[in-house]
Design a protein around this ligand. Structure first.
Ligand SMILES: NC(=O)CC[C@H](N)C(=O)O
Length: 303
């Protein structure tokens, strides 16, 4: 088995020479400014050791990776009751697609497409204040990562709120179908802020360890670990989920900030960041790096 540090350094140097780095998200103006030349990777092992390379200590916007945390909290709190409001099937459509919600009724396909994530945020928010909801998510991430310096970037949250017309459409559609308890503005305020949490690769990999532990942890049951891994594998990269499973062979969740959290069950939690996105809105170099890492370490769950 090659040394993990050597493999990560090799991948970082491979990525430095990639010319086709994708485009940073353009629908959140604050994110469109970010330099696509950056690349970071960190791997957290069950022992707690974290191995990293490249820009692994630069905070980035975790965006949709936050949906994994709200799902973990939602499943813990509501159990299977959550599935009355959101499905568990891949959508085969873009993360912000409106199509299925109109065609199929109130229940979004899965908790990772925006419509489904907005429902999960609504369910976890319930009657609480948005600041209590956000404090709970930050606390979850600080506890699991062991890092207290994890914060929300208000400018990113505002930038999205002012431009996320599709999310406003989705939230109003959900409300019109009686699958939102709170008012759209209240849910989306919470949702834009959870997406605007910033973390480094080193912090995110450490936090991700709660999802590679076969025995569950104090925070989440073994069943929920397995269920969340399954959903990350089938739905975590939207209409790029099949491609990610084919190339990488690991459960993963992407965000339009260019981050990816991938899990090698029982072995490693992996965080990769590079801001340029591919056509499906997933990190272009992040996917490539995850593929190289899984192959070099023999970590694909499909052998
Ligand atoms: N895929 C993503 O990261 C999307 C998150 C973004 N905040 C949105 O709701 O559109």
């Amino acid at each position: 088995m090659p040394s993990l540090q050597v493999v990560l350094d090799e991948i970082t140097s491979n990525m430095a020479s990639e010319v086709d780095r994708g485009q940073p998200a353009d629908f959140i103006p604050e994110l469109s400014q970010i330099d696509p030349g950056q690349f970071g990777i960190a791997v957290a092992l069950p022992s707690g050791e974290v191995v990293e390379s490249g820009d692994a200590r630069i905070p980035f916007s975790i965006q949709s990776i936050s949906k994994v945390i709200t799902l973990a909290i939602g499943l813990g709190r509501l159990g299977d009751g959550l599935w009355a409001r959101v499905g568990r099937e891949p959508s085969g459509l873009a993360f912000n697609s409106i199509l299925q919600l109109e065609q199929e009724g109130a229940c979004p396909r899965n908790p990772f497409v925006n419509a489904g994530a907005i429902v999960v945020t609504d369910a976890v928010l319930a009657r609480n204040e948005p600041r209590e909801f956000l404090a709970e998510i930050l606390q979850f991430l600080r506890t699991t990562s062991g890092h207290n310096d994890i914060f929300i970037n208000e400018d990113v949250a505002k930038s999205e709120a002012n431009n996320a017309h599709r999310n406003w459409a989705l939230a109003h559609m959900l409300k019109s179908r009686s699958n939102l308890f709170n008012e759209p503005a209240r849910v989306l305020g919470a949702y834009f802020h959870q997406c605007a949490i910033e973390m480094t690769c080193a912090q995110l990999a450490s936090a991700g360890r709660f999802l590679i532990n076969a025995n569950g942890t104090g925070l989440i049951s073994q069943d929920n670990v397995r269920h969340i891994n399954a959903l990350m594998m089938t739905c975590g990269h939207y209409d790029g989920s099949g491609e990610f499973a084919y190339r990488v062979g690991l459960p993963g969740k992407s965000g339009v900030g260019g981050g990816i959290l991938a899990l090698a069950p029982g072995r490693a939690a992996i965080a990769i960041w590079s801001p340029g996105l591919n056509k499906q809105g997933n990190s272009a170099l992040g996917t490539m790096a995850a593929e190289q890492l899984a192959r070099r370490m023999g970590w694909s769950v499909f052998l």
